[in-house]
Design a protein around this ligand. Structure first.
Ligand code: ADP
Ligand code: MG
Length: 750
């Protein structure tokens, strides 16, 4: 025969194992043709399985040449062999290797799907094949419930479904009783009439009556090759076009596999539910932390940390209007409202000329004083104040009245704000339980005129500002510590103009700065302002007095001078953060206020709710972000390993799938689809659970954060992150599955 279906010429197979070379078989020359039913026999270890594996393209060979349909295969890559197997070989195994969780029909259908059979042909084709092996009655029975003989008949039907010219069976009757074995062999005999069937058997007598040829192996060599009966030369079946599994069928398989093995499904669902809760909870508390930090701004050192205090800001970062504050003041539980609350958290220190008195406290508006002073009188001038203090104030016990009439000088706790204006104490008021009174170090309240308070506020705003100058395309920080670009208001400068030091001339290419633009920006706690100016003049040591009306000051060399009104406009004095003091800070009493604030576009922080507000808030924010990311990564790996463990029970499925001709990409898709479906179910179920909490059907405390701090957009983004994790996990798992060759994976699993 000049063109055999398979021809081996001096083929040898060696195994290399840790430096030791073992021979599988050597110098084997054989030919096989359509219509043959070949039995290979021989003692254990004689090389039968190795030979079958090489013919199947599951193992490579090292010497000689194997021809398939006249074509050489020694140069084949792993991928070529995968194609070769898909086109030519169907395997039947001693251990069946069916998918036990599938029904008979589904096992056959799977192979048909992998062949690219169209959906409407699937059923008929599968049923025909099942009838052929006489299992129609059992078509919807799970394979795990069948007897050994029945299983092997399913395997035969499955091999037929592959529609390959060659069927290879390694000890197909090894696990069967005599009667079943006989049936299986007869069936193979029928099939062999229009294919090539090669089987390995220990028990040659059992198959003797049916086979057309006997090959006996011994120690890796062919000892005997004998024709037993005539074969009719069958024609090669027409080569089919190689088709891939359709997308629709991939989806059907993915979904089927999701629910197919119930315990696996439940385990995966639990893992993904855990992942959902962990991610949502972590992200929600991250958002909460951000929120707390955002509401407290840079002003996180709450000097006044009274439980009665509620700090508010507009959610849109706009100023708070007087009308809004008036409306809040009128609410039932509200005791008082402090319009600009920066002074509450910045201590003012006052002392008299002789340093007999050292007072410290917060400056508040005179309008918040309730009732008449206990000593002295109400202020009559802008520079008069009333001191409010507890009767048993640690520092000045008993001598409060003596303070009336004192002149005091002050600075705030930073020592940077010029408050050298004198304060005359017009009166003293005993205050026992005002929430505004900070409980720090015998702190007091200084009731000052609105003029003073506005001034002070302005100074504080300035202090919390971050000024930058843009000049000659470069940015410079401007502050009161260095003269370079220090910004000073000067009445001689017109709006829109700026006067700079003549030294700047040297720094620009053209040699003079007059006419150049200069911008100033201020990024403050709550707002951003800016000025676009033009340099109209320069000053020097000799002409500054003439031009700006001020004496030369070496320490301010490099400062820039701008119009005072414009200077003031940099520090917008609107109200951006206020504090409400409530009468009752219990949860029930606070809730209506919170609801009101929510409904009216405020962000708020009730200090009684604040978990921690300390100097570390910003550090903690960075740390928190870092920890959140680390936690997500850790979660990813924990989930990956747990899922890998769960999926391990399915490895047999995937390797079988691969042996049947399923492609890498198909398996990858099916695994990912399965994980995505379970992940989505878990996420969706949790969303329903959240909704039920939200709607009040039941209330589980730990979901509070999620309901309060996550928006719809967050849920969508987290879902996408979640899906991304599922896809990554599926991908990683699929890659691991395909690390070795098909045979290696198969040997490991079966
Ligand atoms: P049979 O199927 O006839 O019992 P095999 O084909 O399984 O025999 O084995 C033939 C020879 O190849 C034996 O000597 C066996 O030890 C060796 N062999 C088989 N598989 C491997 C392997 N994976 N690694 C190393 N040696 C192997
Ligand atoms: Mg064997």
């Amino acid at each position: 025969m000049e063109n055999s279906l398979i021809r081996l010429k001096d083929v040898s197979k060696f195994y290399y194992n840790k430096g030791v070379i073992a021979s599988g078989f050597s110098k084997v020359s054989l030919e096989f043709n359509m219509g043959e039913f070949v039995a290979i026999t021989g003692e254990s270890g004689s090389g039968k399985s190795t030979l079958l594996n090489v013919i199947s393209g599951l193992d490579t060979y090292e010497e000689g040449e194997m021809y398939i349909d006249g074509k050489e295969t020694s140069h084949f890559s792993e991928k070529d062999f995968e194609n070769y197997r898909r086109k030519n070989i169907a395997n039947i195994y001693q251990t069946f290797n069916l998918i036990n969780s599938y029904t008979v029909f589904q096992n056959i259908e799977l192979v048909l799907m992998l062949n690219g059979t169209k959906r409407r042909e699937l059923k008929k084709k599968a049923f025909d094949l099942i009838k052929k092996v006489d299992l129609y009655k059992f078509r919807n029975t799970k394979v795990s419930k069948l007897s050994g003989g029945q299983k092997q008949r399913v395997a035969i039907a499955r091999a037929l479904a592959k529609e390959t010219p060659i069927i290879i069976a390694d000890e197909p009757t090894g696990n069967l009783d005599l009667a079943s074995a006989e049936e299986v062999v007869k069936l193979l005999r029928e099939i062999a009439k229009e294919r090539l069937v090669i089987i390995v058997t220990h028990n040659y007598e059992q198959v003797e009556k049916y086979v057309t040829r006997k090959i006996k192996m011994h120690d890796g060599k062919v000892l005997e090759d004998k024709q037993i009966s005539e074969t009719k030369e069958a024609a090669l079946p027409p080569q089919k076009k190689q088709k891939n599994i359709s997308f629709g069928n991939l989806i059907r398989l993915g979904v089927r596999n999701t629910f197919n093995v119930v315990p696996k499904f439940v385990l995966l669902l639990i893992v993904f539910a855990f992942l959902t809760i962990a991610i949502l909870a972590e992200y929600a508390s991250y958002e909460k932390n951000n929120y707390l930090n955002s509401i407290s701004g840079y002003n996180w050192v709450f000097n006044n940390a009274s439980n009665n205090r509620v700090v508010i800001k507009k959610a849109d970062s706009q100023p708070i209007s007087d009308e809004e504050l008036a409306a809040i003041s009128a609410l039932e539980n509200v005791d008082s409202v402090v319009k600009n609350d920066l002074p509450l958290d910045n201590m003012v220190f006052l002392n008299d000329e002789n340093y007999n008195y050292w007072l410290n406290g917060s400056a508040v508006g005179i309008d918040t004083l309730q009732g008449e002073p206990d000593a002295g009188r109400l202020p009559e001038n802008a520079n008069e104040i009333v001191v409010g203090l507890s009767k048993d104030n640690y520092f000045i016990q008993g001598s409060a009245e003596e303070m009336v009439g004192l002149t005091l000088y002050g600075e705030n706790d930073m020592g940077e704000i010029d408050l050298t204006k004198p304060y005359y104490i017009a009166g003293v008021k005993y205050i026992e339980d005002s929430p505004m009174l900070s409980d720090k170090y015998g702190s007091m309240l200084f009731f000052v005129s609105n003029d003073y308070l506005n001034n002070y506020n302005f100074e504080l705003n300035r202090q919390y500002s971050h000024l930058r100058v843009l000049f000659d395309e470069k940015y410079y920080d401007s502050d009161q510590y260095s003269p370079q670009f220090m910004i000073i208001p000067n009445a001689n400068v017109d709006p829109g103009c700026v006067v700079v030091s003549y030294n700047l001339n040297e720094t620009v290419e053209r040699g003079y700065v007059r006419g150049l633009p200069l911008s100033i920006t201020n990024k403050s706690l709550y707002y951003e302002t800016g000025l676009d100016l033009e340099i109209v003049d320069t000053y020097s040591k000799w002409n500054i007095e003439d031009k700006l009306g001020i004496p030369y000051d070496e320490e301010k060399e490099g400062a820039i001078y701008i119009n005072p009104d414009q200077y003031n406009s940099l520090f917008a004095t609107g109200t951006f953060q206020s504090s409400i003091f409530v009468k009752d800070f219990s949860d029930e009493a606070l809730q209506p206020l919170k609801d009101y604030l929510d409904a009216n576009g405020f962000k708020y922080l009730a200090l009684t709710d604040a978990l921690y507000i300390d100097d570390m808030a910003i550090m903690s924010n960075i740390f928190y972000t870092f920890m959140t990311i680390v936690l997500f990564i850790v979660l990813f790996f924990i989930t990956y390993f747990v899922i890998r463990l769960i999926m391990k029970s399915r490895n047999v499925y995937y390797t079988t799938f691969r042996m049947l001709g399923g492609k890498k990409s198909s398996i990858r898709f099916i695994i990912i689809l399965e994980l995505v479906v379970v992940a989505s179910i878990a996420y969706g179920a949790f969303m329903v659970f959240l909704y039920l909490n939200y709607a009040g059907y039941f209330v589980v405390p730990f979901v509070d954060n999620m309901l309060n701090y996550l928006t719809i957009l967050d849920y969508v983004i987290l879902y996408l992150i979640f899906l991304g994790m599922a896809i990554l996990i599926g991908n990683k798992y699929a890659s691991k599955l395909f690390k070795g060759s098909a045979m290696k994976a198969f040997r490991d699993e079966v």
